[in-house]
Design a protein around this ligand. Structure first.
Ligand SMILES: Nc1nc2c(ncn2[C@@H]2O[C@H](COP(=O)(O)OP(=O)(O)O)[C@@H](O)[C@H]2O)c(=O)[nH]1
Ligand SMILES: [Mg+2]
Length: 243
C-alpha cells in the first residue's frame, strides 16, 4: 500500500487503523511524506503497533503528488515480486479501505490495473463541491472521448491497485522521469493512459467517495491540474491502448 501524504497528520492514524482492520497487521504500507510541516511522518509511525510493516519515505521538500507516487512505488516494488500487488489511495480518509479486497480480487482474476471508480454502477461522490464534480466529470468526458481505455470510466481517482510486474514494466519503458510528466493531479490519468498504451488490462469496482469526511483543505490546485490535463492530451497523442 502506497499513501502519498502532504500534511495529513490529522487523518492518517484514523485511516491506517481502518486499513489494518480490513487488511490485517501483515499489510505492508509505505507512507510518502512529501515535505509536510505538520508531523505527518510521526503520525504515521505512531501506528506501527497495528501495522508493523509500515515505513515512511520522506521528501525533504514538497515535490508534488507525481514524485511522491514514484518514490512510494520504487520503495514498494523493491520488496515485491512481479505477481505482487501495489495499491494507492488518498491519505485524507475519504477512500474506504473496505474497497481494497475488491481491487485485489480484480488483479487476481487477470486485471493489471484495478480502479476504485466513482463512475462505475454503484459508485458515487458524496459531499463534493459543484466545481470539483464538474472537474472530475469533465476529465471523464474528455478522456473517454479522446483517449478511451477499455474498461475505464474513472480516469482520475487515485485509489487503485496495480500488478507489480506491469508497473515495473511501465517504469522501465518510460523511465522514472518519463512515466509521469504532468503537473498536479493529472499524473493519475497519465499513469493510466501510459500503462494502457503498453497493453495493461484495466477493470473497475465501484467507489463511494466520502468527501463529506474531508477535514482539511483539498491539496488539489485546480488551475495546475487543468494545465496538467492539457499537457496530458499533448503527450499521449500517439498512445494507442490495446483493447
Ligand atoms: N506526496 C504528496 N501528496 C500530495 C500532494 N498533494 C496532495 N497529496 C496527497 O494526495 C492525496 C490527494 O489529495 P487530496 O487533498 O485528498 O485531494 P482531493 O481529495 O482530490 O481534494 C492526499 O493523500 C494528499 O495528501 C503533494 O504535493 N505531495
Ligand atoms: Mg482526497
Amino acid at each position: 500500500m502506497v499513501l502519498p501524504a502532504l500534511d495529513e497528520a490529522a487523518t492518517l492514524p484514523r485511516l491506517l487503523r481502518r486499513m489494518a482492520a480490513v487488511a490485517g497487521p501483515d499489510l505492508a504500507v509505505v507512507v510518502v511524506d512529501d515535505g509536510s510541516g505538520d508531523g505527518t511522518a510521526e503520525a504515521a509511525l505512531s501506528m506501527r503497533g497495528q501495522l508493523p510493516r509500515l515505513r515512511v519515505v520522506r521528501h525533504e521538500r514538497n515535490r508534488g503528488l507525481g514524485a511522491a507516487l514514484l518514490s512510494g512505488w520504487e520503495a514498494a516494488l523493491a520488496q515485491l515480486p512481479d505477481d505482487g500487488i501495489v495499491a494507492t489511495m488518498d491519505a485524507d480518509d475519504t477512500h474506504d479501505p473496505g474497497v481494497l479486497p475488491g481491487l485485489v480480487r480484480l488483479i487476481r482474476s487477470g486485471a493489471d490495473v484495478a480502479i476504485a471508480s466513482r463512475f462505475a454502477p454503484g459508485g458515487a461522490e458524496l459531499g463534493l463541491s459543484a466545481p470539483r464534480r464538474l472537474l472530475s466529470f469533465g476529465a471523464r468526458v474528455v478522456l473517454t472521448a479522446l483517449r478511451r481505455v477499455p474498461g475505464v470510466r474513472d480516469y482520475t481517482c487515485g485509489y487503485r491497485a496495480y500488478r507489480c510486474g506491469v508497473l515495473r514494466r511501465a517504469l522501465g519503458a518510460y523511465g522514472r522521469g518519463g512515466l509521469i510528466t504532468s503537473p498536479g493531479f493529472a499524473c493519475t490519468a497519465e499513469v493510466l493512459l501510459k500503462m494502457a498504451g503498453l497493453g495493461a488490462r484495466c477493470a473497475e469496482v465501484p467507489l463511494v467517495l466520502h468527501y463529506e469526511q474531508k477535514e482539511g483543505p483539498s491539496k488539489m490546485r485546480v488551475g495546475r491540474t487543468l494545465l496538467g490535463y492539457l499537457h496530458l492530451l499533448r503527450v499521449t497523442r500517439r498512445l494507442r491502448p490495446s483493447a
